[in-house]
Design a protein around this ligand. Structure first.
Ligand code: SF4
Length: 209
């Protein structure tokens, strides 16, 4: 008999979305294990490998159980890199259960699945992504590392539609990175680039996961 499909999960937990335009909203996080990149600044290195294989049914049941104690309407699928795995069945199932779905991706693996909020976060040093995400992204999130330059911000601003905000997020909320982000924003303004914003990682300020 064929076995039901499984997905490799690192953790499932309730919190508040600390990043991007959905910042501050109660959210249940499903963190997938595995990633196709190895970013130096990665703050979820533990999720790049390992994980536990769980069926879609059991993941949905665990999300529902978390939702009973923490009735958030959003589920964020994150990683690792969630799109390494085939999430179509899980997304359909969680939406059928009434959740709105956000996916956070590094943008290197394109998948056509419909979601309610798509965060594309290209990574250094190349800051590359699959161009099919341009029409799908709701926001572009850039970690302000030393390799994020005004030229990179300008290129991404040209490539994504003007309605899609480009968010400059400080690396680990560090002071040097906030300063760099502010300078990048000022330079973008001088160059006439629109819809670029600075942000913080709100969950770190609140001491949440
Ligand atoms: S893409 Fe994300 S999870 Fe993967 S190594 Fe980079 S920061 Fe870590």
């Amino acid at each position: 008999m064929p076995q039901p499909p499984t997905l490799k999960i690192s953790e499932i937990f309730p919190s508040v979305q600390g990043e991007g335009l959905r910042q501050g909203e109660p959210t249940i996080f499903v963190r997938f294990a595995g990633c196709n990149l190895r970013c130096a600044f990665c703050d979820t290195k533990y999720a790049r490998t390992g994980g536990t294989k769980i069926t879609v049914e059991r993941i949905a049941a665990r999300v529902a159980a978390v939702g009973k104690k923490f009735p958030a309407s959003w589920v964020t699928l994150t990683g690792g890199e969630p799109l390494v795995q085939y999430l179509g069945a899980l997304i359909r199932r969680l939406r059928a259960d009434g959740f709105r779905i956000q996916v956070e991706t590094n943008g290197t693996i394109y998948r056509p699945w419909p979601v309610d909020w798509l965060t594309v976060s290209p990574k250094p040093r190349r800051w590359s992504y699959d161009p099919r995400f341009r029409r799908r992204a709701d926001e572009v999130k850039l970690v302000v590392t030393k390799s994020l330059t005004p030229a990179v911000v300008a290129r991404l601003r040209r490539e994504f539609p003007a309605r899609v905000p480009i968010l400059l997020q400080p690396e680990s909320n560090a002071a040097w990175s906030r300063t760099r982000g502010r300078r990048l924003l000022e330079e973008a303004l001088r160059d006439g680039l629109e819809n670029i914003r600075v942000t913080v990682q709100l969950h770190r300020i609140y001491g949440l996961r």
